[in-house]
Write a protein that binds this ligand. Structure first.
Ligand code: GRF
Length: 204
């Protein structure tokens, strides 16, 4: 079975949705490790409740990004991880991880990229008054939310929406789309006909 590592920094609701999908076998993968850059994050508590191993670290205790990413790579190799799944991990991935897991790192972002990259994407879309926004799953490169797009789902902004209700609708879409998309990647059913379908070959 394919082994995933989920990287999170905060609440970890996507992590939990993935763990549930794996338990219910909608996602045929094992979440082998949660990697977290904040041992106080709620994601860590969720992992403890789910009996999923955690590697947490403090970036400031290392000399630089390469130093902590080297340690992460070690933990991922030890755990036999095939695919890195970013879910609210608030750091750019550096060359150490990108080279060790080439084309095997994906991310979810709460907008229809390339619109509204970066922090507070739902708030940015709300402020702009867009009528349609959504979620994007993409491969990770050195940029901020810039890699090749794997899947998107639109979420309409309703007249009756508030920022809060829109946020809930987007989170619900994320919790459904992320496990579905990873399952499609595992089955090698995504990206057919896409200019990026060479990525497909690298997902074991
Ligand atoms: C999600 O909206 C995700 O798209 C973004 O960060 C948020 C993480 O939420 N990258 P959670 O920690 O999974 O609840």
């Amino acid at each position: 079975m394919m082994k995933l590592a989920v990287f999170a920094s905060g609440s970890g609701s996507n992590f939990q949705a993935l763990a549930l999908a794996a338990k219910e076998e909608r996602l045929q993968a094992e979440i082998a490790l949660l990697v977290c850059d904040n041992s106080e994050a709620y994601a860590v508590k969720r992992a403890e409740q789910l009996n999923i191993p955690v590697f947490s670290f403090r970036a400031r205790e290392y000399d630089n990004k390469a130093a902590f990413e080297n340690e992460i790579v070690e933990k991922l190799k030890e755990a036999g991880v095939d695919l890195i799944v970013l879910a609210g991990y608030m750091r750019l991935i550096g060359p150490t991880l990108l080279n060790a897991f080439e084309k095997q790192i994906i991310n979810i972002h709460p907008s229809l990229l390339p619109a509204f990259p970066g922090k507070n994407a739902i708030g940015q879309a709300w402020e702009k008054g867009v009528k349609i926004t959504g979620v994007t799953v993409h491969f990770v490169d050195e940029g901020m939310d810039t890699g090749p797009i794997i899947a998107q789902e639109a979420v309409a902004v309703k007249k009756t929406d508030s920022l809060q209700s829109l946020t809930l609708a987007i989170q619900a879409a994320e919790h459904r789309v992320y496990p579905e998309t990873i399952q499609l990647l595992i089955e090698k059913r995504t990206l057919e006909g896409s200019p990026y379908n060479d990525h497909q070959a690298s997902i074991n």
